[in-house]
Design a binder for this molecule. Structure first.
Ligand SMILES: [Zn+2]
Length: 139
């Protein structure tokens, strides 16, 4: 879809810190992370939200989220993960291409979902993104 940032990432018009890709989905580091290792999983086909998404893509997305979660445990030593997904403005969706957030969690990481909704995110440099990507890449 034209003017959709996630379609542009899926089509390689915009670069991303990719950690996983298959025929249906793409996973990459969120450029506005709330914590180091914050990942987004998107369908490579444009669906605005869960209301329109094909089940085949939704199934794959949750399976890939599990792979990423296991990778986070192994590579980052995290104690847990949050999966977060919003549908519609009222629910806090800001990019209208379905996406699932995978957030690695550790004690004292200061992730606050209410602050996050107020858009308080971390400012990481390219080096930190590259290092995190190399730790989380799934081949
Ligand atoms: Zn799109």
């Amino acid at each position: 879809m034209e003017n959709c940032i996630f379609c542009k990432i899926a089509n390689r018009e915009i670069p991303c810190y990719k950690i996983y890709e298959d025929d249906l989905v793409l996973a990459f580091l969120d450029i506005n992370p709330v914590v180091s290792g914050h990942v987004l999983v998107i369908p490579k086909k444009h669906f605005e939200s869960i209301f329109e998404a094909d089940e085949e893509y939704l199934e794959r997305i949750i399976v890939v989220a599990k792979k990423i979660s296991l990778k986070m445990k192994e590579a980052l030593g995290v104690e847990g993960v949050n999966l977060y997904q919003a549908n519609g403005s009222i629910a806090g969706q800001t990019v209208f291409h379905f996406h699932l957030h995978v957030l690695p969690r550790t004690a004292g990481d200061s992730v606050d979902f209410f602050k996050w909704m107020g858009k308080i995110t971390k400012n990481f440099g390219k080096e930190e993104f590259e290092e995190t990507r190399s730790k989380l890449t799934i081949n």
